[in-house]
Structures are given as structure tokens and as C-alpha cells.
Design a protein around this ligand. Structure first.
Ligand code: PLP
Length: 418
């Protein structure tokens, strides 16, 4: 019996009521962006109706805006396991990473090295590759193509005395592989380098503890974990204080504010806090009787562990069903014994059907799933699928159900053998 009450969960998300040809729409597009609970929509509308202003003024709406941002920072700190002044808001992960790579680049000299991986989304690759213009050497770690895992031996070889940064994904948005990020941080620190973790794909699927991982930076995007379009960066206090952002002169000089260029998406930030409070309520509801969480951090850890358990059951059902479809290839880990090393994001190809055609046929049946490379372009190149449409990506989150998985399997069965 799962600790997730999926009926309660689904009632929170108004978008899940949408219908196509009389049947409920199935949202398997979560890795591209998840749906939001009603309370996120309410928080955004409420902010705009009652508190809409710029920051640091002497009047009520401005004060309320400052308070709202402070409470959203506290919510993010609870989700990541850090302190409030280590949380930076931004437009999205990509812009935050370009800003941080530029700031880190100011400290680097010719011949310094940065290690990236070919499993990552391009947003944790291109911003580091851009520093090659300054004479920084960028070394890319390979992937074991048989199961789409990071080649840890190659990683160990690529990290050396000249390494200054290791940029790694927590999990692959294309094939769902979870990397051993704690080990990557340990290896980076062993040579005095910083570890920059892209948790965009991982964040909706499991608990995060930046202190336990000991990463130097972690980035994520609330629109992938039931919030609005925004980005968040965690940075160790010492780095945020030492590094120099590119900023306008009148803006604050102190971290974290100095990292938040221009005016932020305030209504979005209000929605971020609401998304985290939704997860905290889910955690409190999933706790056993007499085990009520005593803090929001504890409630969030409970929620994310319950989500992880629920999603692994769904993923196992999906993988089992997919492997029975003739001509279908699953990219990534399929072995149930290694399930803890993957998220429920499963990418496939079916002989004789392009990923685009599969996505379109599923959409015609009310099932929404992405096709393409999802910007993990080094990986689709390595897998040899880039020139033929990439993969069809079925991305489950905790509002999905076993019935929806069965509907997808039946639909693919029909498409393959009409
Ligand atoms: C793993 C991963 N990293 C980075 C990004 C980029 O995030 P953003 O859209 O917030 O810039 C994405 C978006 O799909 C992603 O899945």
C-alpha cells in the first residue's frame, strides 16, 4: 500500500480534469514541465491582487513583496536542506547557470579545467563550454550507452589537479538515470574543485539534501516540481559571498540578492512557496498515524520519499509493459534491481515508427508525451538517434496512476499492431 493518496493528489490539480474526446487527458509530459495545484494558481493571483510592487519600498505592497520573497526563500531552503541566504531566484535554470558560469569564469585562468558530462541537458554543458573561449579546458565524461549510465571510470580519469569545477546532472531528463552525485562531489573535492549539480530533472522525484551531498551549487526549476516558471540556485554561502556576479551598480552587493539580476517574477516566486507547501501537506498526509512531522523540512522529506516509492511502482509497471511491445527499445536502466538509480522517465523507440509520429498518435488518444532530444543533445548523438527524431519520452510524476500507464500501454499496442 503506497503512502500517497492519489485521489487527494489529483483533486489538487485542476488541469487533470481536462478531457480529450470525452476521456481524461493523460499528462506524461512532466519532465518538460508539470501541472500545478490550485493553491499555486491562487497564490499567484493573490500576490497580483494584493501585493504587486517592487522590493524594498516604504509602503504596504512593497513590504508584503519583501515578506513574500523571504518566505519563499525559506520554503526553498526547506526543500533543499540549506539556509535561506543560500537560495537565489532567477528566470530559469539556464539563465542562472550562464550567470554562475560567467562569475566562476572570472576566477579561472588559462589551462584550468572544467569537467562536464555527455549525459547532461545542454544547460549544464553549454554554459561551461562557453568558458573555453577564455582558455579553460572543458573535458566531457562519457556514457555507458548500453544502460545510459555515467561512465564513472572515465569521470575519475577526467578529474585531475587542474580541475576547478565538475558540472553533473542529478538525474538525466532524457533517460531518467540518477547519478551518484555524492560520489561525484567527493571526487571533485578530492582535487579542490567545486561541484555544480543540475537537479532540474531529479527535483520532483526524490528527497534532496544539499548538505549531505556536500555539493557547492545546485540548480532546479520549480515548473518541473508543480510550481510556476522560475529557476532556483543553491550556492554554499562562502561561494555566493566570494564570487562576483555581473550586476548593475545600484543593486544590493550582498548575497543572495546580488545574484538576482533585475526585477524577479514575484508572482512566480509566490507560486513557488505554494508548490512547496503543497508538497509539505502531502508529506504530512503520508506520515503514519502518530508520526506527524515536526517541521516543514521533515514533511517535505516524507513527501519526497513517498513520491519516490509510489513512482517506482508505476515505473516498474510501465517498463514491464513496454518491454512486451514488439520492436520497442527502452533506453536506460530496465533492471528492477537497479530501480533506485532511475526516475520514472522512460524513453523509447519503436521500429518503423518515428518518435514524432508516436507522440502525435498518442496525442490523438489524449495522451501527452514529448518526442525529440529534450536538449540532451550529446546523449541523443551518442545513442545514434539524433538524426531520426530522438526518442519518445514517457515521464511519470506522482499525480499519474496505474490506469494511465495501462492506457498508454494499450494505445502503443494499438499503434504497433493496428
Ligand atoms: C535536466 C535539465 N536541466 C536543465 C533544464 C533547463 O531548465 P530551464 O528550462 O529552467 O532553463 C532542463 C529543462 O528541461 C532539464 O530537464
Amino acid at each position: 500500500m503506497s503512502a500517497i493518496d492519489v485521489t487527494w493528489v489529483r483533486r489538487q490539480f485542476p488541469a487533470l480534469d481536462q478531457k480529450a474526446k470525452g476521456r481524461p487527458v493523460v499528462f506524461f509530459d512532466g519532465p518538460g514541465g508539470t501541472q500545478v495545484p490550485q493553491r499555486v494558481i491562487d497564490a499567484m493571483v493573490d500576490y497580483l491582487a494584493t501585493s504587486n510592487a517592487n522590493t524594498h519600498g516604504e509602503f504596504a505592497t512593497s513590504t508584503r513583496t519583501d515578506e513574500m520573497i523571504a518566505s519563499a526563500r525559506a520554503a526553498m531552503a526547506d526543500l533543499l536542506g540549506c539556509d535561506c541566504d543560500e537560495v537565489v531566484f532567477g528566470a530559469n535554470m539556464t539563465s542562472l547557470t550562464f550567470a554562475m558560469s560567467r562569475a566562476i569564469g572570472r576566477e579561472l585562468k588559462q589551462g584550468d579545467e572544467i569537467v562536464v558530462t555527455l549525459l547532461d541537458h545542454d544547460a549544464n554543458y553549454a554554459p561551461w563550454q562557453a568558458l573555453a573561449e577564455r582558455g579553460v579546458v572543458v573535458r566531457a565524461v562519457g556514457v555507458n550507452v548500453a544502460d545510459c549510465t555515467l561512465d564513472m571510470d572515465d569521470l575519475r580519469c577526467k578529474i585531475g589537479p587542474a580541475t576547478r569545477v565538475v558540472a553533473v546532472g542529478y538525474a538525466s531528463n532524457a533517460v531518467g538515470t540518477i547519478n551518484d552525485v555524492a560520489e561525484v562531489c567527493r571526487l571533485a573535492h578530492g582535487v579542490g574543485a567545486m561541484c555544480y549539480v543540475d537537479a532540474v530533472h531529479y527535483a520532483p522525484h526524490g528527497p534532496i539534501d544539499v548538505r549531505a551531498l556536500d555539493c557547492d551549487f545546485m540548480v532546479c526549476s520549480p515548473y518541473k516540481f508543480f510550481g510556476p516558471h522560475a529557476g532556483v540556485l543553491y550556492g554554499k554561502r562562502e561561494h555566493l559571498a566570494r564570487l562576483r556576479p555581473c550586476k548593475v551598480r545600484p543593486a544590493p552587493d550582498e548575497a543572495p540578492d546580488c545574484w538576482e539580476a533585475g526585477t524577479q517574477n514575484h508572482e512566480g516566486i509566490a507560486g513557488v512557496a505554494a508548490a512547496i507547501n503543497y508538497l509539505a501537506e502531502l508529506g504530512a498526509r503520508s506520515a503514519g498515524t502518530g508520526k506527524a512531522p515536526t517541521s516543514r523540512r521533515e514533511a517535505l522529506l516524507l513527501a519526497m520519499s513517498a513520491i519516490r516509492e509510489y513512482e517506482s511502482q508505476l515505473a516498474a509497471r510501465l517498463i514491464h509493459g513496454l518491454l512486451a511491445i514488439p520492436g520497442l527499445t527502452v533506453y536506460g536502466i530496465t533492471d528492477a534491481k537497479r530501480a533506485r538509480w532511475r526516475t520514472p522517465t522512460i524513453s523509447v523507440r519503436i521500429t518503423g515508427h518515428s518518435p514524432r509520429e508516436l507522440s502525435r498518435s498518442l496525442a490523438g488518444r489524449g495522451i501527452f508525451a514529448w518526442d525529440g532530444n529534450y536538449y540532451a543533445i550529446n546523449l541523443t548523438d551518442l545513442l545514434g538517434v539524433e538524426d531520426t527524431g530522438g526518442m519518445l519520452r514517457i515521464g511519470l510524476v506522482h499525480y499519474n496512476t496505474a490506469e494511465e500507464v495501462d492506457r498508454l500501454l494499450a494505445a502503443l499496442g494499438e499503434i504497433v499492431s493496428p
